[in-house]
Design a protein around this ligand. Structure first.
Ligand code: ZN
Length: 265
């Protein structure tokens, strides 16, 4: 006998992919089941009742029927549609970077309510108008911590000694920063130097994500923080984040809006 089992999930749409001609395949982060895929049949048709809730950045309850390949969306109720990511390309790219990291690193069908509530909290701060750069730094360090990939930021990852120098060597393969005396014996190939202010800022945001509203740092130091996090993610996921490339292009255009640029093919 065929039993159709339908259950609701509270979700953020990380990505909506055009599927066949009229459908959308959704990558969802849910409260109940962690990261899952779900198929919304007919959602590509603008008049379809599932269309509004099945866009990237929608926060909604979805009723899902278990099916062989992907669960099927049978109904939905929108809680919020993120509008900023539709108007601000930098905010959209920041959202995409994080969505891609979750898609890469979070296992399928592993319920993690803490992760869901935190991502929801962050997504709402972005919607409220927070700087996408600061937002990216804070969101990423919290995700790294939740996935068990938290780097050592203020103490040596090899011996535990406190770091006091102004320029600090950091190597993802060593697990974070390396002190002077450990450096004599070990210098991993992926070592890069960062200002101590960068490490302190990332650490503070990990400890208290609410500081994103008030924490100030020179723009170049925020860029250093992003580089450090990007390298650390790349080491753990062993993959290049596609949205990062877009981020870099947009960020450089914004930094020099009137410069003559050669468009890279
Ligand atoms: Zn050490």
């Amino acid at each position: 006998m065929f039993i159709l089992r339908i259950a609701p999930v509270q979700a953020i749409v990380l990505r909506a992919i055009t599927w066949r001609e009229k459908d959308r395949l959704l990558v969802l982060l849910t409260k109940e089941r962690g990261k899952i895929f779900a198929l919304a049949q007919g959602a590509q048709v603008p008049q379809n009742r599932l269309a509004p809730a099945t866009q990237t950045g929608a926060i909604a309850t979805f009723w899902l029927a278990r099916a062989r390949e992907f669960d099927r969306v049978t109904d939905c109720r929108i809680e919020q549609i993120l509008t900023r990511i539709r108007q601000d390309i930098l905010a959209l790219t920041a959202f995409s970077v994080v969505a891609e990291l979750i898609e890469l690193a979070v296992p399928l069908e592993v319920s993690d309510e803490g992760m869901f509530s935190e991502v929801l909290w962050f997504v709402k701060r972005l919607e409220e108008g927070l700087s996408p750069t600061k937002w990216l730094v804070a969101t990423q360090i919290r995700l790294l911590w939740r996935l068990g990939w938290m780097p050592h930021l203020l103490s040596c990852s090899l011996c535990g000694a406190e770091i006091e120098k102004e320029q600090v060597p950091f190597a993802p393969s060593a697990g974070g920063v390396i002190c002077e005396s450990c450096q004599v014996h070990r210098k991993p190939a992926d070592t890069q130097f960062y200002s101590i202010a960068v490490l302190q800022a990332i650490y503070s945001l990990w400890q208290q994500p609410r500081l994103i509203e008030t924490l100030h740092l020179r723009p170049t130091l925020w860029q250093q923080a992003l580089t450090l996090l990007r390298n650390h993610w790349r080491y753990h996921t062993e993959a290049e984040n596609k949205a990062w490339k877009v981020w870099q292009q947009i960020a450089s255009i914004r930094a020099f809006p009137f410069a003559t640029r050669k468009i890279q093919p």
